[in-house]
Design a binder for this molecule. Sequence first.
Ligand code: NAP
Length: 263
Amino acid sequence: MPDTSTSRVSHEHWVKVLLLGGSGEARELAELLTGEPGIDVVSSLAGRLRNPRLPDGEVRVGGFGGAEGLRDWLHENLIDALVVATHPFAARMTSNAIDAATALGLPYLVLRRPPWQPVPGDRWTPVESMAVAAAVLPEFGDRVFLTIGRQGVDVFAEVGSWFLIRAIDRPSRALPPRHELLLERGPFSVEHELALLENHGIDVLVTKNSGGDQTVAKLAAARMFGLPVIVVDRPDLGVSAAVVDTVDGVVNWLRVVRGSASA
Ligand code: NAP
């Protein structure tokens, strides 16, 4: 009897894809790929949010146990290709994914939406890390809109400014002594963001350069009020990896992978 246990590609001409998610683009991709013939997708979420927006199709939740755990998981689950569509600040998962795919010789692609770019009227100060943002913050204002999500808020725990802290779920680590917590999930309108800035007397914003349209309205609102924005740059990928910046780019790549698998 032929051995059909090790390769789906050569026997069925289907490509099984692990899609590392945690971004809006990953959900969009999962939806698009549901209708794509010959491509079988499993989405993976870290499991950080209490009430995540789940992608279409098969979903698994939780860490893999580092690059080695992921490598084993990819092997055991007969994955043919890996798509890294995590949030641009999920540096560890991205690096683990590249290491695991490289070790197995698996085709992989990183999807990163383009970063936001300043436009005339913006008063941005780009910084390389959250720690630098916390160090320079007092030079810019005393009433801070901290819109970095729940991770990294503890870096500001020793800063004496007043903070409006926005996140989807409550941060689990130390918070600055003077703050108000606002639990809400985007997308946000410019009107919503203008009202927040005005009602809380905000004089400076801190954001990651996440990119995308879900949370970009705060930057337009800051521009309209002439407020400074401290923008934390994205972490480097650390290696030269194949990167695209659109979901269509991923779909086209997967079609090529599927084509070469069935050739
Ligand atoms: P990270 O620092 O890069 O990853 C930390 C660990 O979380 C990874 O080593 C991995 O655990 C696990 N993990 C991360 N993404 C995963 C995924 N898609 N599926 C399974 N396990 C995953 O990531 P993070 O910054 O903590 O972000 C966690 C998740 O939230 C990511 O999926 C990211 O896309 C999403 N997110 C992050 C941000 C942000 O600003 N960082 C914002 C919005 C959404 P193991 O080592 O055990 O495999």
